[in-house]
Ligand binder design. Structure first.
Ligand code: ADP
Length: 223
């Protein structure tokens, strides 16, 4: 499904306190794209990710998924759309500490009142090297393992697109490399679109299309 970000701006605050977090952003994301968005802290990366994924509303402009404006519907329709079509990976993993790895992974399905595709869960766990870790609590896992649980959770509902917010920001360089390799391989295998924000140029280079954002202005590098 093609995503079109059409002249999106986002302002926070009013008058002299106003911050322009996104400044007339245009972006077209095609099915299967692997995109990195790089920029310094405060440049608007998270704001962009939140608006393109429907977690936040733009001040102006639109975000179209297959021609439909995702911010036009009600909150319920948008949340259901997000749960079914979009996976999220965060810097801080965002696992629920009292749930096992398996329970964390299947949480999106429970929220959507869907059954678990057990062979698919086992396949994901094996691919991510989590086969013997599913009954562990997050604090019993390394950072890299926790992020791999979060990747499995992002993939469990078989989404079309994954948004990753500094996916390696909390990992040492060895775990970062492992997590990025797994993410790249699984993305290819499942033909999933991946949009990743990072401030790390080495990680950004792994993507196929590279964007930079500075003071809310987005541009594609080597387009
Ligand atoms: P990045 O992810 O690149 O660090 P952000 O998208 O978080 O940047 O922030 C872009 C700008 O918008 C920054 O100046 C930030 O302070 C501001 N900003 C972000 N969220 C809010 C908010 N909820 N209220 C006010 N200003 C915000």
């Amino acid at each position: 499904m093609e995503i079109q970000v059409n002249d999106v701006s986002k302002n926070y605050g009013t008058n002299e306190n106003q911050v322009v977090a996104l400044n007339h952003v245009f972006m077209t994301i095609s099915t299967g794209d692997f995109i990195s968005v790089m920029g310094p802290s405060g440049s608007g990366k998270s704001t962009l990710l939140h608006i393109v994924s429907g977690l936040d509303q733009p001040s102006s402009g639109s975000v179209l998924y297959g021609g439909t404006d995702i911010h036009n519907g009600n909150d319920k329709t948008l949340s259901a759309f997000r749960r079914q079509k979009i996976g999220f990976i965060f810097q801080q993993f965002n696992l629920l500490p009292v749930l096992t790895a398996r329970e964390n992974i299947i949480m999106p399905l429970l929220l959507d009142k869907k059954g678990v595709d057990e062979p698919y869960l086992q396949e994901l766990a094996a691919f991510l090297g989590l086969g013997n870790r599913l009954s562990h609590l997050p604090h019993e896992l390394s950072g890299g393992q926790q992020q791999r649980v979060a990747i499995a959770r992002a993939l469990i509902a078989k989404p079309d697109i994954i948004f990753a917010d500094e996916p390696t920001g909390n990992l040492d360089s060895k775990s970062s490399g492992e997590v990025m390799d797994l993410l790249c391989n699984i993305r290819k295998k499942m033909n999933i679109t991946l949009v990743m924000i990072t401030h790390d140029s080495h990680i950004a280079k792994i993507a196929d299309r590279h964007f930079t954002i500075i003071d809310g202005k987005l541009s594609e590098v080597d387009a």
